[in-house]
Design a protein around this ligand. Structure first.
Ligand SMILES: Nc1ncnc2c1ncn2[C@@H]1O[C@H](COP(=O)(O)OP(=O)(O)O)[C@@H](O)[C@H]1O
Ligand SMILES: Nc1ccn([C@@H]2O[C@H](COP(=O)(O)OP(=O)(O)O)[C@@H](O)[C@H]2O)c(=O)n1
Length: 228
């Protein structure tokens, strides 16, 4: 069976990584969460004095971006890849509201995107990869054989994220999450470099009323159409 590249893009918290991970596991592909990479750069920035409140010291981050190394390693307990920042496991630290509230301005910086896109393209060289994010089908892999663009209502997306944080025992406010989801969508769609938009040849999926199982089947069917 031929190996392909699958790009899953879309709005915040709608289930992109859930469906991308499920498909990758089922078909034996590598899964890469490109959002985790932007979150790791944001965590680095928080921990290294690059933020003064919400103000970013762009010059300092530009100088230090070459020192930021992000990798993924399989967690044998969860069977899923964990994110490492300079060889430290940061998987849970990058999922906090603090990082969520600062990630979109960091992701709008051109030199940050250049560095991340170069790493992502290197990861996809051999194909057999599912990557999710915002610009995978438009910028990272414009020639991907299968492109999906996922959306759902902001309220449903905030509810899904709220349930997830609660299940992890983290303090969460639904209103704060909804506000963050809307704010990130706005910044992601309106930034100058690689804004979030559906690639012309991407298949649109509104999963507002789909279960995790239903969306998984839908993606698997679309994968089979391309590889067979
Ligand atoms: N169709 C669905 N119905 C209900 N919950 C879902 C669905 N898809 C994903 N989820 C849950 O929503 C949350 C956000 O999903 P995630 O895959 O992390 O989104 P994204 O990668 O788009 O940010 C997760 O807790 C996930 O388990
Ligand atoms: N390819 C990507 C992936 C994420 N991002 C940025 O990283 C943020 C976090 O991405 P994410 O996929 O973890 O977001 P969630 O939808 O999982 O909350 C997004 O809001 C974007 O600002 C990006 O700019 N380009």
């Amino acid at each position: 069976m031929k190996k392909i590249v699958i790009a899953v893009d879309g709005f915040s918290s709608c289930g992109k990584s859930t469906m991308a991970k499920d498909l990758a596991r089922e078909v034996g592909y590598i899964y890469i969460d490109s959002g985790a990479m932007y979150r790791a750069v944001t965590l680095y920035s928080i921990e290294n004095g690059i933020f003064d409140g919400d103000v970013i010291d762009v010059g300092k981050l530009r100088n230090e971006i070459k020192n930021i190394h992000i990798s993924f390693r399989l967690n044998p307990e969860t069977g899923r890849p964990d994110t490492y920042l300079n060889d430290v496991n940061v998987e849970s630290k990058i999922r906090t509201m603090e990082v969520s509230s600062k990630v979109s301005p960091i992701s709008a910086l051109d030199f940050v995107r250049e560095a991340m896109v170069a790493q992502q393209q290197a990861m996809g060289k051999e194909k057999g990869i599912v990557m999710d994010g915002r610009d995978i089908g438009t910028t990272v892999f414009p020639d991907a054989e299968l492109k999906i663009f996922v959306t759902a209502t902001p309220e449903i997306r905030a509810q899904r994220r709220y349930d997830e944080l609660k299940a992890k025992g983290q303090d969460a406010s639904f209103d704060e999450i909804l506000e963050n989801v809307k704010q990130r969508d706005y910044i992601d769609q309106n930034r100058e470099v690689s804004p979030l938009r559906k690639a012309e040849d991407a298949i649109l999926l509104d999963n507002t009323n789909l279960t995790i199982e239903q969306q998984k089947e839908w993606l698997f069917e679309n994968f089979n159409k391309v590889v067979k």
